[in-house]
Design a protein around this ligand. Structure first.
Ligand code: ZN
Length: 460
């Protein structure tokens, strides 16, 4: 590493050589996210998130193609009416590089087909107007074969008989997730069960910088340089979570409506912020209606301005986990990590600490409720489901919301669906015509309040 002072070396030395330092997406401009979902209320749980770069449409296209491929494979493997166990597909993302020269996106897939989680990663690169696979980091087929020999030898030294060495070839699929650590070593990651028994967990190799360098293509050299030049970011771990607290979140305009007197209804929007959330805020502002936003932490982290605006305009910002995994399938430590990281991101953006969580898919159990209680979060599901993720038709969504709303209803919608945002003027207009007032969820409960750890599905 060039010109590093001793302090920098200390900071940069990874605890484990195969760890990759990810770029903080909040520092990257022109970045938004795309959500593909089979939202709350279905039997199959699907949530796919990938980034969209204004400057790199070819990369967005490639990521979309990959998301679509994974979704189709998952659907093929799981019947739509699977009632037991809720098969789940969850894809989230990280940035392995983001400079003017090169962008790297690592898609992390968790798949649950009924028994265990399987994890896989795939890393895509963007360089000089082209979006490419990880294998393009090395210079052609010959270099890939030489890399395979190095990786095999290193795994033999490090993991010995744990690894199934017959599986290790120069098959491009084995090398679909590669990136660099801050020392410039080439990190080759394998999927669960790909080169050995599933019980091994993550298997990865760090090919030393000097061995990797002669194998690299132009993309690879720029990607390596980007990793070596990157500012180190402090890793986020469960232990670090939630010491940053603000005042408890309240709507800045709460208190003006008494739902014991007024006919109240709570509109709730999940999974954002997304590309249409700003337009939704304009619509709500115009009609002087308030709503509750259950936001996904990894989206909120790159849309702090939108979160701030929600809070400033009298809406309530609430927690919908970091990456929308079914929390009921996770151990307590991971539930805490997912909700706690989101609390931190939302508190930083909104200046208030959320008091509500909607568990992804509405799925909860005693463990999820215990963690929510510890974090000071009441759990909120719904009594009116618009199924807006399934019927992407503004009229159908509006009819459902209006037809099923009762006094005190909590109405479930998703602001990542353009058609749901399109439905909002009609919903506001027709419900107002029936005498409804639009409030945030806690206002439904008035002075009785809401208790952390308790599950609510509609107003009293
Ligand atoms: Zn959701």
């Amino acid at each position: 590493m060039a010109n590093a002072s001793p302090e920098q070396v200390n900071v940069n030395v990874p605890a484990e050589p195969t760890m990759i330092d990810f770029v903080d997406p909040a520092t990257v401009s022109g970045l938004s996210t795309v959500t593909m979902t089979e939202g709350e209320g279905g039997n199959r749980f699907v949530h796919i998130l990938y980034p969209r770069f204004e400057s790199a449409p070819k990369l967005t296209e490639l990521l979309h193609k990959e998301a679509d491929r994974q979704l189709r494979a998952f659907k093929k493997a799981t019947p739509a009416d699977a009632s037991a166990g809720h098969p789940e597909l969850n894809v989230d993302w990280q940035l392995t590089a983001a400079t003017d020269d090169v962008i790297g996106v690592r898609l992390r897939t968790g798949e649950f087909l009924g028994a265990n989680w399987g994890n896989a990663t795939r890393t895509f690169w963007y360089h000089e107007g082209r979006a490419v696979d990880s294998t393009d980091l090395v210079a052609g087929k010959g270099a890939l074969s030489r890399l395979a020999v190095l990786v095999k030898a290193q795994l033999e030294r490090e993991r010995g008989s744990e690894i199934d060495h017959d599986e290790l070839s120069d098959d491009a699929e084995l090398f679909d997730s590669m990136a660099f650590n801050p020392d410039g070593d080439l990190i080759v990651e394998f999927d669960d069960c790909q080169v050995g028994p599933c019980s091994l967990g993550r298997v990865a190799v760090a090919v030393p910088e000097e061995q990797a360098r002669p194998l690299l293509s132009a993309v690879g050299r720029d990607a390596q340089e980007a990793a070596q030049d990157a500012e180190p970011v402090a890793p986020v771990s469960a232990a670090k979570v939630t010491d940053t607290r603000g005042p408890a979140a309240v709507s800045s305009r709460a208190g003006s409506v008494d739902c014991a007197v007024a006919k109240c209804v709570a509109l709730t929007f999940d999974d954002g912020p997304g590309p249409d959330t700003g337009r939704l805020l304009d619509l709500l502002d115009k009609e002087n209606a308030r709503a509750t936003f259950f936001t996904v932490g990894s989206n909120a982290a790159i849309s702090a301005d939108v979160i701030k605006r929600m809070s400033e305009e009298g809406h309530l910002v609430a927690n919908h986990s970091w990456s929308h995994r079914d929390l009921a399938k996770l151990p307590s430590s991971k539930i805490t990590d997912s909700l706690g990281r989101t609390q931190d991101a939302l508190t930083a953006a909104a200046g208030q600490t959320p008091t509500l969580v909607r568990p992804p898919y509405g799925a909860t159990d005693s463990e999820v409720q215990a963690v929510a209680k510890r974090l000071g979060l009441a759990l909120v599901n719904w009594d009116v489901d618009t199924f807006d993720w399934r019927d992407r038709n503004a009229k159908v969504v509006a009819d459902r919301a209006v037809g099923k709303a009762r006094r005190g209803s909590i109405i479930l919608m998703h602001d990542v669906q353009r058609t749901s945002v399109d439905a909002v003027p009609d919903i506001l207009n027709r419900l107002r015509g029936k005498g409804y007032t639009f409030v945030t969820v806690p206002e439904l409960y008035g002075s009785a309040g809401m208790q952390a750890g308790r599950l609510y599905t509609s107003g009293p």
